[in-house]
Design a protein around this ligand. Structure first.
Ligand SMILES: [Zn+2]
Length: 418
């Protein structure tokens, strides 16, 4: 943080008895005292010269908590369509936080022995309005183990304007020394850095099993036929997203069925201890297939489950299949074995739980929503909406729950293999 400290004006009246001398000498004394002030100021500059300022109880800029732009960069999981929210997911450091100025966090003794080079003198560091600090009205000091709940920026000061020291992956562990509700101070190699508190969880209170599953309920209310490359660097394009098929008997749209099952899958996985993120939770979205992949990528998903239903010209065709890339996929073939394993597990789980016809795993490199992935992915085609029996079964709440439980069994099995 020192690099942010700018020279501050010295306290103007550090010595209270200054004016008690006879007038005759006052010029000389004032001069001498001024010299002393200047010299002592120089000597302490950048070190700990601010004791008197604090002792005087001067409130820094009196600006209090500024809430400007607070919602700015909040990571909105369910609605990833807006470009900015992507960065929210990726950056993870979320909201613009109160930038008011007060004493330095570490000054309050919470983090003890090690400290920075300046050690205990930090308590007297100048209060520079340009250097954000934790909110002294709300800050709490305690050494505790915390874990990041997403990929998140670690900053040199508690402000999104400050320098990013590093980006911590989801599930990174830190020792937190202070938390003002908006920003937390964490120790890294004895130094203090800051992470937005909303992306930290007490390690002792972690109830999930450590895996993040991103669920994409396939399609959306209105398709988007604008082209997008089918993979990074591809010249071949496909429509961004279609509205999918529909039930020959149920009349359900595929995008409705996929969300119904996805919501059940979310609940099932959460009940089993997974952290779950939904690409969409409503039909009124416009999220292309590559953008859906980006949600999973940016979140650092351990598995990305894309929920779809099938259609065929042959109304007798029925059963479940899953889709994964080929081993020579030019965009993400390095993930082949994981995708294949995930696809096997999910196919087995869904078929076992429902008793449906278990078809096969389709290996293909034409799916944009797979090709753009940097995380293990599978598409589960839950059944054929063009088959009257299967369509009416899939429209039943109980069967949807079986599907969700079966897919979750597959997810369990996949991580059990790791
Ligand atoms: Zn589909």
């Amino acid at each position: 943080m020192k690099k942010y400290r700018k020279p501050t004006s010295r306290p103007s009246q550090p010595f209270g008895r200054k004016h008690s001398y006879p007038k005759l000498l006052s010029c000389c004394l004032v001069f001498l005292l001024a010299m002393v002030v200047v010299l002592s100021g120089c000597g302490n500059s950048g070190q700990n010269g601010n004791g008197s300022q604090q002792a005087g109880g001067q409130q820094q800029d009196g600006s209090g908590v500024e809430t400007e732009g607070q919602e700015k960069d909040n990571s909105s999981v369910g609605t990833k369509g807006q470009g900015q929210d992507n960065s929210g997911l990726q950056k993870g450091d979320g909201k613009e936080e109160p930038g008011q100025d007060s004493t330095e966090v570490s000054s309050q003794g919470g983090n003890s022995e090690k400290g920075e080079a300046s050690g205990s003198q930090k308590a007297e560091e100048p209060q520079n309005p340009a250097v954000p600090a934790l909110n002294e009205q709300t800050v709490k000091y305690a050494r505790e183990e915390v874990v990041t709940t997403s990929s998140v920026n670690v900053r040199t000061a508690p402000s999104t304007d400050s320098e990013v020291y590093q980006t911590a992956a989801r599930r990174s562990e830190f020792i937190r020394t202070a938390d003002d509700g908006s920003w937390s101070a964490v120790e890294i190699e004895g130094k203090e850095y800051y992470i937005s508190s909303e992306f930290l969880q007490l390690k002792s209170e972690m109830t999930d099993n450590g895996y993040l599953v991103v669920i994409d309920a396939g399609h959306q209310g209105r398709g988007n036929s604008e082209p997008e490359p089918i993979g990074p660097g591809a010249s071949e394009t496909k429509a961004k997203v279609s509205s999918g098929t529909s039930g020959c008997v149920s009349g359900l749209n595929e995008y409705e069925l996929t969300l119904l099952v996805s919501v059940k899958l979310q609940a099932e996985l959460e009940a089993r201890g997974y952290q779950v993120m939904m690409v969409r939770t409503s039909h009124d979205v416009d999220i292309s297939n590559s953008e859906r992949a980006a949600v999973a990528n940016n979140a650092g998903a351990d598995a990305f489950i894309r929920v779809h239903a099938n259609g065929s010209d042959d109304s007798s065709e029925h059963g479940i299949l899953t889709i994964c890339p080929t081993s020579s996929n030019p965009y993400m073939g390095n993930l082949y074995s994981q995708c294949r394993s995930l696809s096997e597990c999910v196919l087995d789980g869904a078929a076992n739980a429902t008793g449906a016809n278990k078809k096969y795993i389709w290996e293909t490199d034409i799916m944009s929503g797979i090709n753009w992935c940097t995380v293990p992915v599978t598409i589960v085609e839950m059944g054929f909406m063009t088959n009257p029996d299967e369509d009416s079964r899939m429209a039943e709440d109980g069967y949807q729950s079986q599907l969700a439980a079966g897919i979750a069994d597959g997810v369990d099995a996949y991580f059990g293999r790791q």
